[in-house]
Design a protein around this ligand. Sequence first.
Ligand code: CA
Length: 227
Amino acid sequence: MKRTILIVEDEPHIVMGLRDALEFEGFGVLSASTGKEGVALARSSEPDAIILDLMLPDMNGYAVCEEIRRTSAIVPIIMLTARSQESDKIRGLDAGADDYVTKPFSVNELIARIRAIFRRATRAPAAPETMQIGEATLNVAAHTLTRAGVTEQLSFYEVELLKLLVERTGQAVSRDEILQRIWGLDASPTNRTVDNFIVKLRRKIEKSSDKPAHILTVYGFGYKLVP
Ligand code: CA
């Protein structure tokens, strides 16, 4: 099955470089040069992943990301940003992006991340269909989490992170390992990415996200899930 990647970017040379490289790797490529067009294409053609630039002529990438997330919680979104400020990255993750790459970026690195997403997505289904985390039930296939009768959609990375923590229940998992296994990254400057996803998951899982009872912090190291 051919995977389709949607590129939302107004700079023609970046679109061209990405398109060539992605097509060479066997992906189908769609592109949009405005935020509006990107949102419409994301809805009408349901791509398998989206590369989204932060700086677009009509809307900023955060708003585009939020619009796309209204109709698709699952599609992996990688944000391209010229900014390296931590607060901008956090804002991107809050808007629903799964990952970000700072310009100027290496096309090969970006493609490696996309390949890693699909490798995990097609990995043999070792995980059971549902997992219990405290009072919450994770439905792996449907990408949903149900707690106290409320069902929420989770993003691709939220599900992957939870699966990893559940697989290792009771053991501390380091931030570096999480980054490497879920995001396919070796570098540790983006540790805050993991912390941000943990915050989001705690809001959905914990009775009180300030006093987590299930996703615990292991200081200076990482996180541990207790049932
Ligand atoms: Ca741009």
